[in-house]
Design a protein around this ligand. Sequence first.
Ligand SMILES: Cc1cc2nc3c(=O)[nH]c(=O)nc-3n(C[C@H](O)[C@H](O)[C@H](O)COP(=O)(O)OP(=O)(O)OC[C@H]3O[C@@H](n4cnc5c(N)ncnc54)[C@H](O)[C@@H]3O)c2cc1C
Length: 383
Amino acid sequence: MEFTFSEEHAMLREAVRDFTDGVIRPIADEIDKKHAIPREVIDQMAELGLLGVAIPEEYGGAGMGETGLCVVMEELTQGDFAVAVTLGAHASIGAMSVLVGGTEEQKQRFLPDFATGAKFACFALSEAGAGSDPGAMTTTAVRDGDDWILNGEKVWITAGDIADIAVVYAITDKEKGANGGVTSFLVPREAEGYSIGRNEDKMGQRGSGTVTLAFDNVRVSDANRLGEVGYGFRTAMGVLDRGRLALGANCLGAAREAHKLSVEYAKQREAFGKPIAAYQAMQWMLADSAMDIFAMESMIYRTAWLCDTGQPFGREAAMVKLHASEALCQVADRAVQIHGGMGYSAEYKIERLYRDARVTRIYEGTNEIQRIVVARDVLKRGY
Ligand SMILES: Cc1cc2nc3c(=O)[nH]c(=O)nc-3n(C[C@H](O)[C@H](O)[C@H](O)COP(=O)(O)OP(=O)(O)OC[C@H]3O[C@@H](n4cnc5c(N)ncnc54)[C@H](O)[C@@H]3O)c2cc1C
């Protein structure tokens, strides 16, 4: 048993850390306040090869697997969560939909552009009436000769504002619903009838675009149907396994940053003539956060290893998402407490980290849904 990163993964970490320190950190506050990520940042991430880090080399990517993607996510999130989650919408769930559910021809046609960033992808599953229960979706795709006609609206779509291609999940057989009645499609932004709604005004991760995507008789070629008719739900669940793992790595990065700032602050802030780090109440919080971070790291990279070695990892990915998001919220909450009034000030990074953390317990499937996924698997396969 070995617990070391390969030389390639270690080099990747160094490169992303340099990029985060040099480019992301200095503008993270501005990104939050302006609710926008400068386009150059996305372009620079593309130049660094981060958009295709998990795409196999045969399709033009870096071939560094989920482990590589988790390394990228962990490092980037230390600079800014919104930037990392925007990358995730493309690299972890958008482009991944083609890798998980596409035919060989579709992989060859779409993945090279996704790898270089020539095309940016997003993942459009949720609807106003279908979040935790995507089987209740009402977006439809009806066959029309060599095409499909899509109608409906998707909500909460991360990076839907900048994506060139949306992976859209639609009902193709109402009777079957989630059990074989959902199919996914690669829908180009320029398609007639495709419209992008306003950006949500969110509590946190404010720099990332979160929009509705509406489809009004959008014509999509059958060649852009992702995989078999009726396999969409299976694809979505396979993609979300990966998304949940990468989100765990986001949580790890954010927790590391909050913890690092807390340790520094506790050492330099004095109360009653001593640094607050001298008080056991502060030390216990620091110890608990260190333990949470160690547990997150252990779970995430073990699960990434399961994925990259072709072993089942769905239950583990759900546990990673559930644990990492809850641990992050605790670490961020302790960080605010350790910083006292400074932790509550919008002038200081801790306040943003706290706001950015909260949604991790909601998206990529709420934590209640993760518990259902884990429990079902435990009852089916045992442990
Ligand atoms: C910032 C942000 C970005 C997002 N990005 C994307 C994206 O890129 N693509 C995309 O497709 N979606 C995206 N989403 C949507 C996200 O996945 C959903 O919000 C999430 O799945 C929850 O759905 P909902 O909001 O409809 O909540 P609901 O499903 O209405 O849930 C409300 C509450 O009921 C609970 N609940 C529901 N069913 C059960 C049950 N069976 N047992 C116990 N409790 C239950 C939930 O856990 C939750 O606490 C994003 C959401 C946000 C906030």
